[in-house]
Design a protein around this ligand. Structure first.
Ligand SMILES: *Cc1c(COP(=O)(O)O)cnc(C)c1O
Length: 393
């Protein structure tokens, strides 16, 4: 491949692209398929022997899916990728691909909330034990290991509170005990953190967010070493029956081509907003991995190549209706879940019952900001008006 050994920006631009296999057309075509034909019985047998490598049926994913997987693994430096219809499907595919009834899972306390629901509901129902751990546990995770601990799940920075984990310390313990590690790397994307470089076995991505990047596609990607590919692909295509659809794969690949340009801007704008907010008298604390004072900032500095556009803001204590007035009146910041699109968002991020290993006590209400691609001056003006509503004037 021409992009081999090149830098990230070049890989994101060219990987998975084979125009001259398709009459010179730059982007791969959208192959839609259920039925896939074989030339002969021998061809059929051979392709089935290469199951999950060769395409035998639409549920395996078509060549459009393969183009996305090729590009994404090149950028992430993993061997293989399984592409599924949502980020949550990536979470469940990874968990169910590795865990069996009777196994024990160590799950980070700051996991995305639906991931937690999967653990407390579905995994519990099928006899998989889950222990939540403090995201700041580091090498102390050794004390939580049991003889049947099969996997450690990380999400760094954590959802809503943005603690960055000491990944090398945790991976060191896991490797010594022969335990599988997996990380939800949605926030950083492969541009700012590459799980394989840290010895993590499985990468989990809500490609819905920055990879697709335009608030119009749901998609998940699971990356892994070659040895784990068969069991993850089997779980996705063979057991749960979900491979991402070709049109979605096409859009995700298109998003990947501009990921670097977009993320560079999201990063710069988020830092501008975060630093501005940190100086404001209405703000108790800004939770942004690149700002000193956010737990794990030193690990972010050591391990990450950048920061993305999503961060938290803890407000000083005030009446709830003042916070509502602030959020309701925003002109440019939309109020909605998800993130990673081109537009800015601001949502209440109340944490009430979802932490168990290490309860989280914020002094005031917390809001979550996604810095979009608008001009930062306009975003600051919108925030300034919002803080005036917060103060009640
Ligand atoms: C959004 C999100 C997911 C789930 O992705 P969907 O595509 O919405 O299912 C998983 N992990 C994290 C960290 C997320 O923010």
């Amino acid at each position: 491949m021409a992009e081999q050994g090149k830098k990230d920006r070049t890989i994101a631009t060219h990987a998975g692209s084979h125009p001259h296999d398709n009459q010179g057309v730059v982007n791969p075509p959208v192959y839609r398929a259920s039925t896939v034909l074989f030339r002969s019985v021998q061809d059929l047998r051979e392709r089935y022997k290469r199951k999950y490598e060769a395409i035998t049926y639409g549920r395996d994913g078509t060549p459009t899916y393969r183009a996305l997987a090729e590009a994404f693994t090149a950028l992430e430096t993993s061997d293989k990728a399984v592409v599924v219809p949502s980020g949550l499907a990536a979470v469940t595919t990874a968990l169910l691909g590795v865990l069996n009834p009777g196994d024990h899972l160590l799950m980070v306390d700051t996991a995305y909330e639906p991931t937690r629901s999967v653990c407390d509901g579905f995994l519990a129902k099928i006899g998989i034990e889950v222990t939540y751990y403090d995201p700041m546990v580091g090498a102390g995770i050794a004390a939580l290991m049991r003889p049947n601990t099969k996997a450690i799940y990380l999400e760094s920075p954590g959802s809503l509170t943005f603690e960055t984990q000491d990944v090398p310390a945790i991976v060191g313990v896991a490797k010594a005990r022969g335990c599988v590690t997996m990380i939800d790397n949605t926030w950083a994307t492969p541009l700012f953190f590459k799980p394989p470089k840290f010895g993590i076995d499985i990468g989990i991505y809500a490609a819905t967010k920055y990879i697709c990047g335009h608030s119009d596609i749901m998609m998940g990607i699971v990356t892994c070493r070659a040895e784990l590919h068969h069991q993850l692909a089997k779980m996705s295509h063979g057991t749960l029956g979900h491979a991402a659809a070709p049109d979605e794969c096409y859009q995700a690949l298109r998003g990947l081509r501009t990921l670097h340009a977009r993320l560079t801007q999201h990063q710069a704008t988020a830092l501008t907003l975060a630093r501005w907010l940190a100086q404001r008298p209405e703000v108790e604390q800004v939770l942004h991995p690149a700002l000193p004072g956010t737990p794990g900032h030193e690990f972010w500095k050591r391990d990450f190549a950048g920061s993305s556009g999503l961060f938290g803001v803890v407000l000083k204590p005030c009446a709830p209706e003042r916070v509502e007035a602030m959020i309701d009146g925003m002109q440019l910041f939309g109020m909605g879940y998800s993130w990673g699109g081109y537009e800015s968002l601001l949502v209440p991020a109340g944490l009430t019952t979802s932490r168990s290993a290490k309860p989280w006590h914020a002094v005031g209400r917390t809001v979550r900001i996604h810095a979009g691609l608008e001009d930062p001056d306009d975003l600051i003006a919108d925030l300034e008006d919002g803080l005036a509503r917060l103060r009640g004037n």
